[in-house]
Design a protein around this ligand. Structure first.
Ligand code: PNS
Length: 168
């Protein structure tokens, strides 16, 4: 049996934290479909097509990974592609409450689909698409937190960054 997982999200844009979770999920599943929610509630910075392009560029040619878009319920998409699991990344306690709620709601909707939480690496604990957009919008450096194509696309959308100063 092919073990298939869907890794759903807004991916607006993809970060190194997402890639970390994706890498870990390919160690467990034969096939991982990164599923980009086309119309997230909040207005995205990148169109669905742009988010798919940035993800595809970051993933490269990993035969276990596919990138797709979806609308509607994640569990409906997961059923459509024959997935047994949903993958979500956990960074910190703060993620837990909403992820727990979402996982239980998804289980109620589709008891046969299991949510698997993977821990991000320590270096990505503070990385989120929302923070990255905010830092970039005000001229801060985000180059070490996102894949190169994403950094370039953000510079095109939001303007050039200041060179990095100090830090860890
Ligand atoms: O990257 P995000 O924004 O944290 O991803 C959230 C996402 C896309 C996984 C979630 O909003 C979602 O699953 N949306 C699809 C609609 C849905 O299934 N809602 C019910 C979840 S309980």
């Amino acid at each position: 049996m092919t073990r298939t997982a869907v890794y759903p999200g807004s991916f607006d844009p993809v970060t190194l934290g997402h890639l970390d979770i994706l890498d870990r999920s390919t160690l467990i599943f034969d096939r991982v479909i990164v599923a980009v929610l086309e119309n997230p509630g909040k207005e995205p910075l990148f169109t669905a097509q742009e988010r798919v392009q940035l993800l595809s560029a970051a993933v490269g040619s990993n035969p276990r990974v596919e990138v797709d878009t979806f609308n509607g319920l994640t569990v409906d998409y997961a059923r459509k592609v024959g997935a047994q699991a949903l993958v979500r990344g956990l960074r910190a306690i703060s993620d837990f409450e909403s992820e727990f709620q979402m996982a239980l709601m998804n289980r109620r909707l589709a008891p046969e689909i299991h949510t698997v939480f993977l821990m991000t690496s320590f270096s990505n604990v503070f990385v989120s698409s929302t923070l990255i957009k905010e830092v970039c919008r005000y001229g801060g450096s985000i180059e070490e937190l996102v894949p190169p194509a994403t950094a370039a696309a953000m510079a095109r959308k939001l303007g050039p960054r200041r060179p990095k100063r100090g830090g860890e």
